[in-house]
Design a binder for this molecule. Structure first.
Ligand SMILES: [Zn+2]
Length: 318
């Protein structure tokens, strides 16, 4: 078990400030599996990465994740809790990547205080149902309307490449989010549709291993552009079943109007927001303690969160 200390976490935060999207998510993934090689991390299915990030979140900030969102129908503010440990275990792959994943522990402030995962309140229910995970290395198979397709679920590297292809098509504008319905045919409206489509084609080209139409093998590069919506839908569904953590979607019923709101949880973005707040608080602590006692940053970071808080209280009382 490796739990990253405050100095390493601050370094991760500092490096992450200059990055966006997939690069930042990769940085967080490396914090979750400090001993794994970059190529190993990039080759994991996105759902497996999500499992690692949920485990990191649990190790750093505890089990209970507070989710806030607004009702899509009446704008009522809604709040509920999710259990990071539950997701970490549900989405974990049987064959873990090389290197230690984070376990339980309290590297950052507040980890132990929020230990107990609270039950998800009535009205919210997880829509993402874990399916039967495919055997690693063995392609998934979909047969629909005469099309027979062998493919694998997208990895972080696939998503990054697809996002790049989309940005190129859009003339530099980024748009590409999660991976769950990445093969789907529901393009964004207006000018974004072409970019979204190009990103999906790029993703299909990378993930599809073989295509047969009515028993005849076809070239993957051209065939992915000819796939009917029903086939792409089937691919999306099969990928989501094999790699359920890739698309964490849940439905919440509004207590005010009763309408259901669907929301997607991007654990990388969620965790980054928390890490950012934690780092800024910690730097403020360092500033206050350094000013009061003349200690150096490494000396202050070496203090346990409890001692740090105690000295800060003494400063405030003085
Ligand atoms: Zn409502």
């Amino acid at each position: 078990m490796t739990v990253t200390g405050p100095a390493e976490l601050l370094a991760t935060w500092e490096a992450g400030l200059a990055r966006r999207g997939p690069a930042r998510a990769h940085l967080l993934h490396r914090a979750a599996r400090p001993r794994a090689a970059d190529e190993v991390l990039s080759a994991l299915p996105v759902g497996a990465r999500a499992a690692d990030l949920f485990a990191l979140r649990r190790a750093l900030f505890g089990e209970r994740m507070e989710i806030r969102l607004e009702c899509a129908a009446c704008d009522e503010a809604m709040e509920f809790d999710l259990d990071a440990g539950d997701f970490a275990e549900r989405f974990a792959r049987e064959t873990a990547a090389d290197g230690d994943a984070v376990g339980r522990g309290d590297a950052a402030d507040g980890g132990g205080a929020r230990d107990a995962g609270e039950p998800v309140p009535p009205g919210s229910r997880a829509l993402a149902q874990p399916g039967e995970p495919g055997k690693p290395g063995e392609p998934l198979r979909v047969v629909v309307d005469g099309w027979e397709i062998a493919f694998r679920p997208p990895t972080a590297a696939d998503l990054a490449a697809a996002a790049h292809a989309g940005r190129r098509a859009a003339g530099g504008e980024g748009f590409f989010g999660g991976g769950g319905d990445a093969f789907g045919a529901d393009g964004a409206g207006g000018g974004g549709a072409t970019a979204a489509e190009e990103a999906r084609f790029a993703l299909l080209r990378r993930c599809v291993v073989t295509v047969r139409q009515d028993g005849v093998p076809r070239d993957v590069g051209t065939a992915v552009r000819a796939l009917p919506d029903r086939v792409r839908q089937a691919l999306s569904e099969a990928a989501a079943t094999a790699d359920p953590g890739a698309d964490v979607t849940f439905g919440v019923n509004c207590p005010a109007c009763g309408e259901a709101t669907r929301a997607e949880l991007d654990i990388a973005t969620y965790l980054w927001t928390e890490l950012d707040a934690w780092a800024r608080d910690l730097l403020l602590d360092v500033h206050l303690l350094a000013s009061a006692y003349g200690w150096t940053e490494p000396e202050i970071l070496a203090l346990s969160p409890l001692r740090r808080r105690y000295y800060l209280e003494l400063c405030a009382d003085a």
